[in-house]
Design a protein around this ligand. Structure first.
Ligand code: C2E
Ligand code: MG
Ligand code: MG
Ligand code: MG
Length: 274
């Protein structure tokens, strides 16, 4: 098995299935104790309104500092935690931590928290979120939950009920990674999402792929016709920003505006027109 370190993110390239399964089981066992050992950290990435340039909120992104492996990417350990069910406990830690930290920010900005489909399908989710907000003293309208379509397809009626309850509480819900997976017009039309996030893969290819650009345009048109604001993920340079501005995109997020960073550096976001 080859292990390579790209930036600070550890990736594994598995050769044998057996060894791979064994490795995963080992990683899952260590992951179980990561939170109590203080190995988790939340980073925050700014989201910008393109019309005014102001920061509308920050997305909380989980990091695992493994004592031996270094920084393990959420793309690796979130699926694992979903398999074992540990995502429920981890997700609750993320939600509580994000609410506690957001409460301490000098500005009353929104905090966006990713919810795994496994978490979303957990009975009593809405009550748990409500209880955590009360416990942390965070106003519900400062919380935005990011879910993917995977979370809603298995039980659409229940999902709709949850979304309505969140809406009634004042908690916002964004549809994450739109354009990948099970995206359907029906979902967009029947669920009261507060925001659509176009998956970063489209903007990252938009400059040299007419197809990717067409998808960005289509999602923007869709958002406009349904009156749902659209946020583009993965803005890495000025050219991509110009595309979004000329296509009338509402919000954007990406390395161009700021990498995910620990809470203390939140005060210094990059200006749109500087
Ligand atoms: P996501 O929710 O779609 O988050 C966006 C990902 O894109 C993040 O990766 C972010 O660091 C990355 N990103 C932001 N700007 C750019 C850019 O300009 N270019 C490129 N190439 N990438 C950019 P990250 O932090 O590695 O997270 C990956 C995924 O892991 C997230 O995708 C989300 O699905 C999941 N995840 C992260 N934190 C949590 C969490 O607390 N709970 C759950 N359930 N899932 C999480
Ligand atoms: Mg997200
Ligand atoms: Mg996303
Ligand atoms: Mg994603």
């Amino acid at each position: 098995r080859a292990k390579s370190t790209v930036g600070q993110t550890v990736c594994f390239f598995e050769s044998g299935m057996d060894e791979s399964a064994r490795e995963r089981r080992k990683l899952a066992m260590v992951l179980r104790h990561a939170q109590e050992r203080g190995e988790f950290e939340l980073l925050y990435q700014p989201q910008r309104l393109l019309r005014t340039g102001e920061v509308s909120g920050y997305e909380a992104l989980l990091r695992w500092h493994h004592p031996a492996l270094g920084l393990v990417s959420p793309c690796q350990f979130i699926p694992l935690a979903e398999e074992t069910g540990d995502i429920i406990v981890i997700g609750e830690w993320v939600l509580r931590e994000a609410c506690i930290e957001a409460r301490q920010w000098p500005v009353q900005m929104k905090v966006a928290v990713n919810l795994s489909p496994v978490q979303f399908l957990q009975p009593g989710l809405v009550d748990r979120v409500r209880a955590i907000l009360v416990e942390c003293g965070l106003s519900p309208n400062r919380l935005e939950l990011e879910i993917t379509e995977t979370a809603i397809i298995s039980d659409k009626l229940r999902a709709l009920h949850c979304l309505r309850q969140f809406k009634a509480m004042g908690v916002k819900v964004a549809l994450d990674d739109f354009g990948t997976g099970y995206s359907s017009l029906d979902t967009l039309h029947s669920f009261p999402f507060d925001k659509i996030k176009i998956d970063k893969s489209f903007l990252l290819r938009a400059e040299d792929s007419p197809q990717a650009l067409a998808i960005v345009r289509t999602v923007l048109a869709l958002g406009r016709s349904l009156s749902i604001p659209v946020l583009a993920e993965g803005v890495e340079n000025e050219r991509q920003l110009r595309i979004l501005q000329s296509e009338g995109c509402d919000e954007a997020q990406g390395y161009y505006f700021g990498h995910p960073a620990p809470a203390p550096s939140l005060a210094l976001p990059k200006a749109v027109n500087s």
